[in-house]
Ligand binder design. Structure first.
Ligand SMILES: [Zn+2]
Length: 305
C-alpha cells in the first residue's frame, strides 16, 4: 500500500486551513477534490452550507498511487481503462460505466484530448470513502481526484461514482489541451466544462436542482464571474462558491450547447493562445456574440434574468 509523504499531509492541512495552494501546471500534475457541498446544497437550504467543498492541490508524482497500490491480480482492463480495484472483485459493470462515460465525454471533448482515443486512463478504485481517504490523504467527503500528468484517476465505490468520474475525467481531457502548451485553462472555463459533464453524464437526476439554483439564486456579472477565484474564499463564502459553480455550469452549457462544438473549440484555442475573452468570443462566434456584453445579454435571456 502506498503511504503518503509528510509534505502531502502538510499540503492538506494547508488546504483545510483554507490557504489553498494555487493550481500550478508545471508538469507535475494537478489534483482536484470535489466534495459533497454542492450537492448537499441542492438538497438543503443554501444558507446552511458549512464546508468549503472544492479544493485544488498541486502534488508531486511521489504522492500518487502506482501499480502496487493494490495487488497486481486485482486489475481489469478495457479498451480505454486499466482499473485497479481494492475489493476482491471489481464491481459488476464498472468498466461498462467507464467506457460509456468515455464515449459520451469524447463526443464533447475529443478535440481537446485526441490521445484519449488510443491511450488508456488508469483508475484506482478504493472500496469505500474511508479507505480512499486513508490511502490518498484526501478528505473522506471528497468524491474523487485526478493526476493530470500521469493520467490517473482515484475514486471509490459509491452510488456517486459515475458523476465523480464524469467530473474528473472531463478535467483530465479538457486540461490536457492546455497542458500540452504548458498553459492552464481559466478556472471558470475548466470548472464549467467539468460541472456540465458531471450533470449531463453522471447526475442527470440533479440537473433540475442546479438549473433552479441559477434561475432563482444570485448570479455574478460576467466580468466578475470570470475573475472569481474561490481559493481566496473562506467557509463564510461557501454559498457564494456554490453559486459560482452553478453559474459556471450554466455559462458553459450556453457556450457548448447553443452553438457548435467547432465554435467552442475555436473559443478555447483563442483562450489558450492568450487572447482576451472578447477576442476569443469574436473569433468563435462572430457577430452573433462578439464580446462579453453580448454573451451576458444572450446568456441572461436564456436563463430568464
Ligand atoms: Zn472540478
Amino acid at each position: 500500500m502506498n503511504t503518503l509523504k509528510p509534505s502531502y499531509k502538510g499540503l492538506l492541512r494547508n488546504a483545510f486551513s483554507l490557504q489553498i495552494p494555487s493550481p500550478v501546471y508545471d508538469g507535475r500534475g494537478l489534483h482536484e477534490v470535489k466534495g459533497e457541498g454542492l450537492n448537499w446544497l441542492f438538497r438543503n437550504s443554501p444558507y446552511k452550507l458549512i464546508l468549503p467543498f472544492i479544493l485544488i492541490f498541486q502534488l508531486t508524482n511521489s504522492t500518487t498511487a502506482n501499480d502496487k497500490t493494490f495487488p497486481e491480480h486485482q486489475t481489469v482492463s478495457s479498451s480505454h481503462f486499466k482499473l485497479h480495484h481494492e475489493s476482491s472483485y471489481a464491481p459488476a459493470g464498472v468498466l461498462n460505466v467507464l467506457e460509456g462515460l468515455h464515449a459520451k465525454l469524447l463526443l464533447d471533448l475529443h478535440a481537446f484530448a485526441p490521445w484519449a482515443s488510443q491511450d488508456k486512463v488508469e483508475v484506482f478504485l478504493f472500496k469505500d470513502a474511508a479507505s480512499y481517504a486513508a490511502h490518498t490523504g484526501m478528505p473522506k467527503w471528497a468524491g474523487a481526484h485526478v493526476n493530470l500528468n500521469t493520467r490517473q484517476v482515484y475514486g471509490y465505490e459509491s452510488e456517486r461514482f459515475q458523476r465523480a468520474m464524469a467530473h474528473e475525467m472531463a478535467h483530465l481531457f479538457f486540461d490536457s489541451y492546455f497542458l500540452v502548451k504548458k498553459k492552464h485553462p481559466p478556472l471558470w472555463l475548466n470548472e464549467g466544462v467539468a460541472t456540465l459533464m458531471e450533470y449531463e453524464y453522471g447526475a442527470e437526476y440533479e440537473k433540475a436542482g442546479i438549473e433552479r439554483m441559477v434561475a432563482n439564486g444570485p448570479v455574478m456579472p460576467l466580468n466578475q464571474f470570470f475573475a472569481y477565484q474561490y481559493r481566496h474564499s473562506g467557509p463564510q463564502n461557501s454559498k457564494q462558491v456554490a453559486h459560482w459553480y452553478a453559474q459556471s455550469y450554466s455559462v458553459i452549457k450556453f457556450l457548448m450547447r447553443r452553438f457548435s462544438n467547432a465554435q467552442f473549440v475555436t473559443f478555447c484555442e483563442k483562450i489558450r493562445s492568450g487572447a482576451p475573452i472578447d477576442d476569443a468570443l469574436s473569433a468563435a462566434y462572430g457577430l452573433q456574440m462578439n464580446n462579453t456584453k453580448s454573451l451576458e445579454k444572450l446568456w441572461r435571456e436564456g436563463i430568464g434574468k
